[in-house]
Design a protein around this ligand. Structure first.
Ligand SMILES: Nc1nc2c(ncn2[C@@H]2O[C@H](COP(=O)(O)OP(=O)(O)OP(=O)(O)O)[C@@H](O)[C@H]2O)c(=O)[nH]1
Ligand SMILES: [Mg+2]
Length: 293
């Protein structure tokens, strides 16, 4: 007997969805940072064994869209409700359970198994956790509730065991060698974007997109040219920084992270360009790879 299925991870921004997927897959597939709205796409991470294939999907945190890019992000989150065999709804010990009742209502109506994961329990205590569990039990009576700490790998083995039990009988959906649905270039732009999220404040992280224009790989090294697109001239100045110091720092950090990811020597050149109001342009978003599934 062979088991396979889609295990989709959804929830509000910043609750630890990407951290969890990386732990379950055992690879750093999805970037995770302390800032909300880190994930912008639906990203698959695949776990393969001889008799099983678990296709995890990490998704953007659910939000009320203010511009076109956020509409796309929400579409990715909602697409994960449509094709899941098992849904992992992630919350944490600090968020208000009633923050997003519209989305929750959709989850409540689902007929597939829903596992409600209360993450970051390392930041809570027994008494508080008891209250949170009771609250969620009222909100999602059909969900199985599991307290976890994705960061500390607490409860994640038990979660994997439960997923294996619930996984339907099915042939594999993807090649057994495959670890993700995204090409190498996608990970390059995400790793650069992660450094931008960490290094810049205010609106900058939310106003940039990274496009890889050249990716030339040989046995030992990879040459990469990437462009950081911003929305306005003033943002370009901030990203580059005084005498180029900020951009230099970001590209150095990105290069080191890329060397770890690909295990090769990386030659990275990064340019900054202005693409006016790209976040609100359907055409630009499509160019940047935001396409509904
Ligand atoms: N204390 C604690 N922090 C955690 C845990 N899991 C994740 N975090 C932190 O929570 C923050 C958000 O983590 P992400 O994995 O990026 O969250 P996300 O849900 O993917 O966020 P979006 O992509 O923005 O929706 C990061 O700073 C993580 O280190 C945990 O178990 N305990
Ligand atoms: Mg994420």
């Amino acid at each position: 007997m062979h088991k396979a299925g889609f295990v989709n991870i959804v929830g509000n921004p910043n609750v630890g969805k990407s951290t969890l997927m990386n732990q379950l897959v055992g690879e750093r597939i999805s970037i995770a940072t302390f800032k909300a709205q880190t994930t912008r796409h639906r990203i698959m991470g695949i776990v393969n064994t001889d008799d099983m294939q678990i296709v995890f999907s990490d998704t953007p945190g659910v939000l009320k869209p203010n511009y076109k890019m956020q509409e796309m992000m929400l579409a990715f989150s909602e697409s994960a409700l449509a094709d899941a065999d098992i849904l992992l709804y992630v919350t944490d010990v600090v968020e208000n359970a009633e923050k997003n009742l519209d989305f929750l209502e959709k989850v409540r109506k689902m007929t597939i198994p829903v596992l409600l994961l209360i993450n970051k329990i390392d930041e809570s205590n027994q008494k508080e956790l008891g209250r949170i569990v009771t609250k969620w039990h009222e909100l999602l009576p059909n969900a199985e509730i599991l307290p976890i700490s994705a960061k500390n790998k607490f409860g994640t083995d038990l979660l994997m065991k439960r997923i294996r039990e619930l996984l339907p009988e099915s042939p594999a959906y993807f090649d057994k060698e495959q670890l993700t649905d995204k090409p190498a270039k996608f990970f390059v732009s995400e790793i650069i974007r992660e450094k931008i999220l960490r290094y810049y404040d205010k609106e900058i992280p939310y106003s940039v997109e990274v496009v890889v224009e050249r990716f030339k790989e040989d046995e030992k090294k990879i040459h990469i040219n990437a462009v950081i697109y911003v929305e306005r001239d003033s943002q370009k100045g901030i990203v580059i920084g005084h005498q180029g110091v900020a951009l230099k720092k970001v590209s150095t950090e990105a290069r080191k992270a890329l060397e770890r990811f690909f295990d090769k020597t990386i030659f990275l050149e990064v340019f900054v360009k202005v693409d006016k109001d790209w976040r609100s342009s359907q055409r630009e978003l499509a160019n940047f790879g935001y396409r509904p599934e």
